[in-house]
Design a binder for this molecule. Structure first.
Ligand SMILES: Cc1ncc(COP(=O)(O)O)c(C=O)c1O
Ligand SMILES: [Zn+2]
Length: 466
């Protein structure tokens, strides 16, 4: 693959723009304006573009399927394969690590655990850096190249940083990442070190890192790669396309994702919305978002809105009350003030889904169950299965419905959590230090045994577990 740095901005696809999503504004801006929120009203931006090339659903399906068998780098990428729906010229200096192309597994034990006849898990943790962030980063770093940026920055709970560091390294750009000190798993930090990023460990939480990013973003040499950047969402929306291909274009009844900063849920909603508008699917899956109880500002708002929560026509509230001291062992989603909450709420409402929260115990047990299916994931991803169990119990998902949970990170992203759960010593400190730590019970624990070095002893151990 050849990467070509473009010195000056190329003319972008003429039919694409960045648009403010707030109905009270709706302002449109050029694709290559370096903006992250609406310069007129401060609202969130999204990319609006007409598909390039064929718009006939059957022709698009055939084209994308054919590319799946090609070894050309853009075709082999699970993002760029869908380039008709991405806002770039053919000549764009695209940056890829063959992201996407992630498996869709059936998960019978997890399904039974939730009270479902069947469940499938779309494992975005099988991306090149081990999380779903890679699909978005491929596109955001490509846009950084188009704009001639030198440095790309992000605030991160670990996965965005690892992904940005890798893609910037591929593109020959300088990656700089802001992390809450002491709150990132060792594996994620090690990845960013290996990819050569400038790592700034900040005394504060993720939300404070995000505030600093907003200040840095005004510097013309710096490009912000957080999911507030609408180009990140363009990359991440492609998982909806890939998922539908894998489902033979039969729409599942429910798609469930974890929620942190809410970029992923926003992107899912956008992806399915575009497929519906193009006639590639005939209805939307119900999109539900699951947060960790101690970091659940949007789930709280959704519950507080009562009957109006899911009503497409009811106005989006002006503000979201943040959680001042977010708390969860699922560090990837330890976020109290999600930047993309408006987009996520809109997407959930349009689809008829829900936003809910689950406890630390529920997350840990669901994660162990996903492991028992031979799949595994990081703690944040397991909120999905925990959330599905709750939705089934509440009658919001019926046992015979088709359900896809999106796993966002690889099991090796947080091995300490895994081994502490299985040894029965997993606990969560109270951030104020006032209450005793919350102990997580190792419900499905699996502890290594000390076994004598004899055949008989090993057979005996096997017999005990049969
Ligand atoms: C593994 C994992 N799952 C879920 C999320 C939440 O995604 P989003 O912030 O887009 O809501 C993150 C975000 O860092 C993550 O790393
Ligand atoms: Zn606006």
């Amino acid at each position: 693959m050849t990467l070509r740095a473009v010195k000056s901005a190329e003319p972008a696809a003429a039919n694409a723009s960045q648009c403010c999503i707030l109905p009270s504004c709706g302002a449109a801006f050029g694709l290559n304006d370096r903006i992250y929120t609406c310069p007129r009203c401060g609202g969130p931006l999204e990319i609006v573009c007409q598909p390039a090339g064929p718009s006939d659903p059957e022709a698009l399906r055939k084209l994308w399927a054919a590319r799946g068998a090609s070894h050309e780098p853009r075709d082999a990428s699970g993002v760029w394969r869908y380039r008709e729906l991405l806002p770039f010229e053919e000549s764009a200096p695209f940056v890829t690590l063959r992201e996407g192309n992630t498996p869709l597994y059936s998960a019978p034990r997890s399904a039974r655990y939730c009270g479902l006849e069947e469940m499938r898990l779309k494992h975005q943790g099988c991306n090149p850096t081990g999380s779903f962030k890679d699909t978005g980063m491929s596109v955001a770093v490509t846009q950084a190249m188009v704009l001639g940026a030198r440095t790309v920055v992000c605030a991160s709970t670990g996965n965005t940083a690892a992904s940005l560091a890798a893609y910037a390294a591929r593109a020959g750009l300088q990656p700089a990442i802001l992390l809450p000190r002491g709150q990132i798993t060792a594996a994620k930090l090690a990845q960013s070190m290996d990819y050569g990023a400038l790592i700034c460990e900040i005394d504060g939480n993720f939300d404070e890192c995000m505030r600093l990013i907003q200040e840095l973003g005004v510097d013309p040499s710096i490009y912000v790669a957080n999911s507030v950047n609408p180009f990140r969402i363009e990359g991440q929306k492609t998982v909806a396309f890939e998922l539908m291909e894998q489902c033979g274009w039969r729409v599942p009844d429910h798609v469930v994702v974890p929620g942190g900063n809410m970029g992923n849920s926003s992107a899912m909603g956008k992806g399915f919305g575009e497929l519906l508008a193009l006639g590639l699917i005939g209805r939307l899956p119900k999109l539900s978002v699951v947060q960790a109880e101690g970091s659940a500002p949007l789930a709280r708002l959704f519950a507080a809105l009562g009957a109006a929560a899911g009503a497409v026509e009811s106005p989006i509230p002006d503000t979201l009350a943040p959680v001042e001291h977010p708390r969860t062992l699922a560090t990837a989603i330890k976020i109290g003030a999600p930047v993309s909450w408006i987009k996520a709420l809109r997407a959930v409402r349009r689809s008829g889904g829900s936003i809910l929260s689950v406890s630390e115990q529920e997350i840990a047990d669901a994660k162990a169950m996903i492991g028992r299916d031979g799949i595994g994931c990081e703690p944040a991803s397991a909120t999905t299965v925990a959330g599905i169990k709750k939705l089934v119990a509440a009658g919001r998902i019926r046992p015979g419905e088709t359900v896809v949970a999106v796993l966002t990170g690889h099991v090796l992203k947080d091995p300490d959590y895994v081994s502490q759960y299985h040894r029965g010593v997993l606990s969560l400190d109270d951030p104020e230090g006032a209450a005793p730590p919350e102990r997580i019970h190792g419900t499905f624990r699996n502890v290594p045994e000390h076994v004598a070095a004899t055949k008989a002893a090993i057979l005996e151990s096997l017999e005990r577990r049969r």
